[in-house]
Design a protein around this ligand. Sequence first.
Ligand code: CA
Length: 339
Amino acid sequence: MFVWILLFFSCGGSVNTPKNQAIPVIFDTDVGNDIDDVLALQMLFNYEKEGNVNILGITISKSNPRVVEYVDGYCRFNERGDIPLGYAYNGVNPEPYQYVPITLDTLVNGEKVLFPQRSLANNIPEGYVLQRQLLAGQPDHSVVMIVVGPQTNIRRLLESEPDEHSDLNGMELVSKKVRLLSVMGGLYNDDFDFPEWNILQDLAASKVLFDKWPTDIVASGFEVGSALLYPHQSILHDFTDDHKHPLCVSYKVYQPMPYDRQTWDLTSVLYAIEPDAGYFDLSERGKITIDKKGYSHFEAVSGGRHRYLVIPEQKKKETRKKIVNQVTGKDQSTYETVK
Ligand SMILES: [Ca+2]
């Protein structure tokens, strides 16, 4: 009987991680700019429900106060209102844009779709201070950090001094506690030629990150998420009560439906949690540098800490399917049958 139970659980999770080995994750996001952050966040919550991830905290790199309410409400929607939140005070992108305020203010049959209980008035800590606190409490070389927005909090973490949470400075603390940084940022092939958006928003921070970060980095470039579009049919048909599901409400506000959105941030989550599943290829090891205009450059260096994701043509179908299934929490999406 015991053997059968073990077999059952070992086959159940998509990454086959025993519950007591759930990957400790810190998610740094600019929810409110693009919609892909919300889908990436839902992927993480679904990984956590499967026992594969322990979301230690969420740090926000979009400096608009209503994003705190949105993220708190979204955590509560996933029954995780206890997740610590941090915020990049005086950071970039203070504009509210549309989907955060509209989703927060949406009423369906007189009921809200998000029920936040935290705002900036509730002593939300600086993002990097929360990151320091969370890292200090984890085993050495265990934490996976996923960064899918401007790198403001990460720069502040790297440049932080010892405090009440740790006697180590930021560089020392990251070096001791982090296993991997999975970051959506940059551009690493010839399909496009412009500085990538996340890099440009806080260019000084991006330069610090790629120059100083002391552990392995795997970057998902603009071209990877651009090659894997999230199907609108999934938004329309895969979610129960989609008319009041905050992900669907936000997606429909972000752009006029129907549209298929690039999966930039989702690719960084997928690689971070399932690096050995073969959904992507990896570049050789090397060094990424950011120039003064925000262009990313990769140079192969033996033993280098930086790599970037590659999505070969023959892997696109299966990788997109996995991304959709991880967002929806279902084994099969309607997009394959509903046109
Ligand atoms: Ca983002």
